[in-house]
Ligand binder design. Structure first.
Ligand SMILES: *[C@@H]1O[C@H](CO)[C@@H](O)[C@H](O)[C@H]1NC(C)=O
Ligand SMILES: *[C@@H]1O[C@H](CO)[C@@H](O)[C@H](O)[C@H]1NC(C)=O
Ligand SMILES: [Zn+2]
Length: 520
């Protein structure tokens, strides 16, 4: 299409958009509102949209191509030697769409048509995320579902619904405890590992190895002297934690004694005055074990290492956007290091990788950070895909729960995903991304809704508008996606209760107590 024709064509589209029946909206002509909403249509060429998209054949060809690619799809019924589970904490469908658009726009490419790594996976399904006692769940009860195969109570990990939140005694009863797919994989002689951008003792990674009635008992300074082992202790001495080949993330303070200051100036939290990092090294002294606390050491890791423990921050690892000098390893770098250690196993491995701070940025109503964490998460998935073979490795990408972010407003194609400019009836524009609740709430000014346009939208710490004031945004209860590739990935199609996920992974990799692919 010539440039002149394109202009004519786009003008026609613009007109068809504006030619709406006139409708009065609080004193304003609806057509005017529509026009204000579509300031970019004339510039569609500048939006990195392929001009062919405004015709017919582009879409028909694209659809035909999709069918030709899919029609001979076969089921991969191999035994999964390896299983990698990627968990995007709080990675709702709204987050996936927004992150995909941001990733495209940052590359100067089409955002809406862009795809994140897991969008190339052949099979997808839904995960229903409620817990035994919760309509809208947290990361602890959901980890118990997607790693142990049962739904349980809010804030509890590795124990069934008989254990109420904070009930230490009930959590100690063996009959209330349930093992994780990491435990099952170890029993089958596989290597196992966990990687996260949060503390390694946070709810999602702890879902692999801890049994606790309270997710916040990460170190013994918060267990209040009860009889229950804190989560950090369980990582070093618990039956599953002690056998991990890999544990990478943040949370060093939880492993160091109070009064102790390490190389990086990190002060310990532990009241038992134990140095669990040293104890871990001592327990692995007969093996090729390495403890690392910085990116350089991780990247220069000896090929011989069979046990790898990396704690890169006292608390959570830095947000990707805050680590301006790239001092900490990215999730992609940690994933690669983990796969190197685990893939030396003849019997295969189970690896859990969490993009844990998508959720935390959403809690703070910080979409720029949340979306960049999701983009980084996607890069880690791509790395794992590149380093493995789908004939023998099942990769499952999902989220524990949705979040408070909404993408609402009739924005044009190519609209800056973090931008503002959508017209409202009170004549104060609003952004396409907003939160239902959280600290981004602003009170009215002079009897008008807060004018968000006055902010610097490039500020990574700008809190986007929230409808309801809360110091921390809540999760939301919608279903989340499951994306799967490799052996038996087709079993994830449809609407799944979240607790079915580890049963399918166990089936595919022939671990656990249930019926497996090896019984076929
Ligand atoms: C990383 O850790 C190693 C081992 O403790 C240390 O020798 C090195 O100086 C550290 N590098 C940086 C950049 O902090
Ligand atoms: C909102 O703020 C922007 C930027 O400061 C300004 O241009 C606009 O006029 C304001 N809107 C209203 C309704 O005050
Ligand atoms: Zn959360």
């Amino acid at each position: 299409m010539s440039a002149a024709k394109l202009v004519l064509f786009l003008t026609a589209i613009t007109c068809s958009v504006i030619a709406m029946p006139e409708r009065k909206v609080s004193g304003q002509n609806f057509a005017q509102v529509e026009r204000a909403m579509h300031p970019n249509v004339q510039k569609a060429g500048a939006l990195n949209v392929n001009p062919d998209e405004f015709g017919t054949s582009y879409w028909k060809n694209q659809a035909q191509e999709t069918i030709l690619n899919k029609k001979d799809m076969t089921f991969n019924k191999n035994v999964a030697k390896n299983v990698i589970m990627f968990l995007g904490d709080g990675m709702s469908v709204a987050t996936i769409k927004s992150a995909r658009v941001l990733a495209g726009q940052l590359n100067g490419e089409d955002g809406e048509g862009n795809r994140l790594a897991m969008e190339y996976f052949p099979y997808t399904g839904f995960s229903k995320t409620y817990c035994a006692d919760a309509q809208v769940p947290d990361s602890a009860c959901t980890a118990t579902a997607y790693l142990r195969g049962i739904k349980a109570n809010y804030a509890t990990i590795g124990v069934n619904g008989q254990v109420a939140r904070g009930d230490c005694a009930a959590s100690l009863l063996e009959e209330n405890r349930v093992d994780s797919i990491a435990t099952w994989s170890q029993a089958a002689g596989k290597r196992t590992g966990i990687v996260t951008t949060t503390t390694v003792t946070h709810a999602s990674p702890a879902g692999n190895y801890a049994y606790t009635s309270e997710r916040h008992w990460e170190s013994d300074d918060v267990t209040f002297g009860n009889d229950c082992d804190d989560i950090a202790y369980q990582l070093i001495y618990g039956k599953t934690g002690q056998s991990f080949n890999v544990a990478l993330g943040g949370g060093r303070s939880n492993f160091l004694p109070t009064g102790y200051t390490d190389e990086e100036g990190v002060v310990g939290n532990r009241l038992d005055e134990r140095n669990l990092v040293e104890e871990w090294l001592a327990s692995k002294s007969s093996a090729n074990a390495a403890y690392v606390w910085n990116r350089t050491s991780l990247l220069e890791l000896d090929e011989e290492v069979d046990y790898l423990f990396g704690l890169f921050e006292d608390e959570h690892m830095k947000y990707y956007l805050d680590d301006v000098n790239h001092e900490e390893p990215t999730l992609e770098e940690m994933t690669e290091a983990a796969i190197k250690v685990l893939s030396k196993s003849e019997n295969g491995y189970f690896l859990f990788v969490e993009g844990g701070r998508i959720d935390q940025a959403h809690h703070s109503n910080l979409p720029r950070k949340a979306l960049m964490e999701a983009v980084e998460f996607s890069k880690a998935i791509q790395k794992a895909k590149d380093l493995t073979n789908e004939e023998e490795t099942l990769i499952v990408v999902t989220s524990d729960h949705a979040h408070s972010l909404t993408m609402s407003g009739s924005a044009d194609r190519g609209f800056d995903i973090l931008g503002i400019g959508i017209a409202a009836e009170d004549e104060i524009n609003y952004p396409i991304l907003n939160y239902i609740n959280g600290p981004g709430y602003r009170a009215e000014e002079d009897g008008h809704r807060y004018n968000f346009s006055q902010n610097d939208l490039s500020d990574k710490d700008l809190q986007y508008p929230s409808l309801v004031p809360l110091s921390s945004a809540t999760h939301s209860g919608e279903d989340v996606g499951i994306f799967a590739s490799g052996p038996w990935s087709h079993l994830f199609v449809g609407f799944n209760e979240q607790n079915v996920i580890p049963h399918i992974m166990a089936f595919a990799s022939c671990v656990g107590e249930g019926y497996t692919a090896c019984d076929e």
